[in-house]
Design a protein around this ligand. Structure first.
Ligand code: 8IG
Length: 273
């Protein structure tokens, strides 16, 4: 199937607007206040943050594609929060390693912005460089290092990335759980995990979390003027930090073990926004 975002002459912002219009029509919710992208391990939060008004397969909305990976959920949900606000919950994340182009990677964020969302909560499953995060810690993202050699911005679009992951929102998250640690997220291209040498490089560079998403999405969310919160579930210690080989099965299991706890945490944070 042709990807409308990559057709010559396509305008990704117009397509995001069209996607938002489709979501409004199907869900009956004309404006969403906040948006969440739920990565590995975080899906349960969708059930805990409020009442699902509408759940739409990503394949029905322009520019979204089916999830490539077991453990990733491919729907877009409209949820009414207890405070009456509406959240758009995106389970249909497209990763950079899928090679659909960076426009596809950030389409969900641009769609959320077009749907009215002023706050973008980006979650992911990731590897941890700090040994004390073993066993499924949830950590806040304080900043990122983008090692994809790509950007969602096209042309001479110079965007400031200071305080990209809002200090205000990190502080708010800590009013729910004062013990939440934070760290610098390093986005690698994937889909392979890092070599132990690459993890050491990331550490020397100032990184604490290694993953394959989020940084490109955060840049697009900043361009769209949204306030951003990032959270990682540390499903494994990064290669060489843990002595055993990494496996997707291990990642899925850590997600299952943590999902109720982190879902509740995220739900509590969302009600305070
Ligand atoms: I879950 O150790 C998960 N995603 N790059 N490295 C990278 N991505 C990840 C990892 C990891 N664990």
């Amino acid at each position: 199937m042709v990807n409308p975002l990559n057709v010559e002459g396509a305008n990704p912002f117009e397509i995001a607007q069209e996607a938002a219009t489709q979501i409004a029509k199907i869900s009956g919710i004309s404006t969403h206040d906040i948006a969440l992208t739920l990565g590995s391990g975080w899906a349960k939060a969708a059930d805990l943050i409020g009442e699902t008004v509408s759940e739409i397969p990503g394949s029905e909305i322009i520019g979204f594609s089916k999830p490539a990976v077991v453990g990733h959920v491919g729907t877009i949900r409209s949820i009414r929060l207890p405070n009456g606000k509406h959240a758009l919950v995106i389970g249909a994340r497209t990763h950079f390693y899928e090679n659909h182009g960076v426009r596809s990677v950030v389409h969900s964020v641009r769609t959320a912005a077009a749907a009215g969302a002023k706050t973008m909560i980006l979650t992911n499953g990731a590897g941890g460089i700090k040994p004390e995060w073993a066993g499924g810690a949830a950590v806040l993202i304080s900043d990122h290092i983008n090692l994809t050699a790509s950007s969602p911005l096209e042309g001479a679009t110079f965007i400031d990335l200071t305080d990209l992951y809002s200090k205000r929102l990190r502080d708010l998250a800590r009013t729910v759980d004062a013990s939440l640690d934070e760290g610098v997220y390093v986005q690698f291209r994937g889909p392979h995990y890092e070599t132990p040498a690459e993890v050491q490089m990331a550490k020397i560079m100032g990184g604490h979390i290694v993953g394959m998403s989020t940084a490109l999405e955060a840049i697009a969310a900043r361009e769209a003027g949204m306030e951003i919160m990032g959270m990682s579930l540390i499903t494994n210690l990064a290669a060489g930090i843990q002595t055993t080989p990494l496996s997707h099965a291990e990642v899925l299991e850590a997600g299952r073990n943590a999902e109720a706890r982190i879902g509740k945490l995220l739900a509590e944070i969302v009600t305070k926004l």
